[in-house]
Ligand binder design. Structure first.
Ligand SMILES: C[S@@+](CC[C@H](N)C(=O)[O-])C[C@H]1O[C@@H](n2cnc3c(N)ncnc32)[C@H](O)[C@@H]1O
Length: 528
């Protein structure tokens, strides 16, 4: 038997035929492979790693995937506070208040409890801090600069505490050479690169260059985990290999225990690339591209970024009318750039050209108003009417405010929804429908947004049905639609952890769907 042969996983006969997906198990033939599939499927990853010059390593589906199929579930290599944070407990990573914080008895870092002081999360920096004579944290309100170095320090310490994890971490992309050309590099050198060896008296252990490489790995591969307040950052091994797309096909959820779960947000064919969105799919193109360039060091060239109309949604366009003088004829056109978002924008209907600086002024003003006007239903409605001459109905800011409105109208318990007038209820249902259509086109993997919008729509339709029944109407159609959306909400949110609001919405959606199904069954029985 040579290395290319091994016993069949079912009958033990020596064979050179192996699972084409993982190459990890041999079979004497198709019959035994098929027989074993139910069993082997559990350990056979549905992806393979490929590599190209532009993206580096990336993942490709090694078999057809259906919506909801789990692609990867992984424990973090390491976790720690985010770069910019006010003091957090270094055990549980939750926000910590000066009044309730207690100093770690060994090193002095503020902790929230004795259990957290003993937690393995904290042990690495604890020893090092104790060895340098301890630490005192005095300011608890604003972001504290010393927390910038914790995750990088924890990564560096893996070399001794867990060589296997260190090996995996070291293989991740750091973009050191590209980062050297950015202004951020110089401030990072001071606050992390030079600081860690000096502060912890480890100049002979780590060079500035090594610390900066690890900081790069943290920047490029860190995932924000929303399980604590504020969110913490985790670095995973295989999960770091997903490439980015602004219209990704893979959704990301976390378990209550901090594992990351990637799952197919649509049916994916064998051979298709698997992508997640590193940015916010509901930001406009210019903002997403700038964010990716600054944080992940690449220019996105996905299908959505190559199309200035973003699949004809005009999600980032501005109305030509916004720049029209009273005497100008109204052309009804939209302004968009035709080469770069920061170059001149041109009207698609008339000869008007507008320089980026003027576009930016409008976007900044609208962005400022958006933040202020999101707070109440009345103000949000006002934003839509004030800006309807400036930005198109599917613009990212309109989408933002419509999502807020869809959720805020009748927010709270079912009693609140019962109190709102019919026109507002109809508006809620209309906005949820509108936003779901947009989400399907632009953000197919934003499972939390899909799930929450389906839930809101289900609630609005159920309330419309309740009112209709009171008026003596037959509302079967509305109730059937409400059930469909409750089930959709469950489908999109079922991998969300129970500690997050989305997990709780999912549980409620399940209860509501069951009640609706029960009501339909009762009705069917009574009509027999
Ligand atoms: C988290 S890493 C992904 C794994 C990485 N390709 C590797 O080989 O280690 C993120 C980096 O991958 C590259 N990348 C990911 N998606 C990309 C895309 N759509 N276009 C270009 N580069 C991409 C960029 O260099 C980015 O900084």
């Amino acid at each position: 038997m040579n290395l290319r042969e091994a016993p069949c996983g079912v009958c033990g006969v020596i064979s050179d035929k192996k699972c084409a997906s993982c190459h990890g198990i041999f079979y004497c033939g198709v019959k035994h492979q098929k027989e074993d599939w139910k069993n082997h499927k559990k350990s056979c990853p549905p992806y393979i790693v490929e590599c190209d010059e532009n993206v580096g390593r990336f993942l490709v589906a090694s078999r057809n995937l259906k919506f909801g199929d789990v692609i990867l579930k992984e424990q973090p290599l390491i976790i720690g506070p985010s770069q910019v944070t006010a003091p957090v407990c270094l055990g549980c990573l939750q926000e910590i208040q000066q009044e309730s914080a207690k100093k770690c008895s060994r090193c002095g870092w503020p902790m929230c409890s004795d259990d957290c002081e003993k937690s393995t999360n904290h042990s690495a920096e604890c020893k090092l801090t104790e060895a340098r004579g301890g630490i005192t944290i005095e300011h608890f309100i604003a972001p504290h600069p010393i927390y910038q170095c914790i995750l990088t320090l924890r990564c560096l310490l893996l070399k001794d505490t867990s060589p296997e994890k260190w090996e995996k971490l070291s293989q991740l992309e750091s973009h050191t050479e590209l980062r050297k050309k950015t202004p951020q590099w110089f401030s990072d050198c001071e606050s992390v690169g030079k600081f860690i060896p000096k502060f912890f008296h480890c100049e002979n252990v780590w060079t500035e260059e090594e610390v900066m490489r690890i900081l790069g790995i943290v920047y490029i591969n860190g995932h924000e985990v929303p399980l604590t307040e504020p969110p913490y950052v985790a670095i995973y091994s295989t999960a770091s290999l997903f490439e980015h797309s602004c219209c990704a096909n893979v959704a990301k959820s976390f378990t209550d225990r901090g594992e990351v779960v990637f799952w197919a947000a649509q049916d994916v064919k064998k051979g298709q690339r698997l992508s997640i969105c590193y940015s916010d799919a509901l930001w406009g193109s210019q903002a997403r591209q700038e964010h990716l360039k600054q944080t992940k060091m690449f220019k996105c060239a996905c299908e959505r970024c190559q199309d200035f109309t973003e699949f004809a949604t005009n999600f980032s366009a501005i109305k030509c009318e916004a720049f029209r003088k009273i005497t100008d004829p109204a052309c009804g056109g939209l302004l968009l750039p035709d080469d770069d978002w920061t170059n001149t924008w041109k009207c698609r209907e008339c000869p008007r050209n507008v320089v980026w600086e003027d576009i930016q002024k409008i976007l900044e003003k609208a962005g400022g108003d958006l933040i202020k006007m999101k707070e109440s239903v009345e103000e949000a409605k006002k934003f839509i009417s004030c800006y309807s001459n400036v930005i198109p109905e599917n613009h990212s800011m309109m989408c933002d405010i419509k999502c807020v409105l869809g959720q805020k109208i009748g927010e709270g318990d079912p009693e609140q929804l019962r109190k709102i007038p019919d026109d507002l209820l109809e508006m809620k249902a209309h906005l949820c429908n509108e936003m779901l259509t947009l989400l399907r086109i632009l953000a197919p993997a934003e499972n939390r947004s899909h799930g929450c919008m389906h839930f809101e729509l289900h609630a609005a339709l159920a309330e419309m049905a309740r009112r209709g029944v009171q008026r003596g109407q037959d509302c079967t159609d509305l109730l059937e639609k409400s059930l469909i959306h409750a089930e959709e909400a469950t489908k999109w949110l079922e991998k969300e952890p129970t500690i997050l609001v989305e997990g709780k919405i999912c549980a409620q959606a399940k209860v509501n769907a069951d009640s609706l199904k029960m009501a339909f069954r009762m009705r069917d029985l009574s009509s027999v």
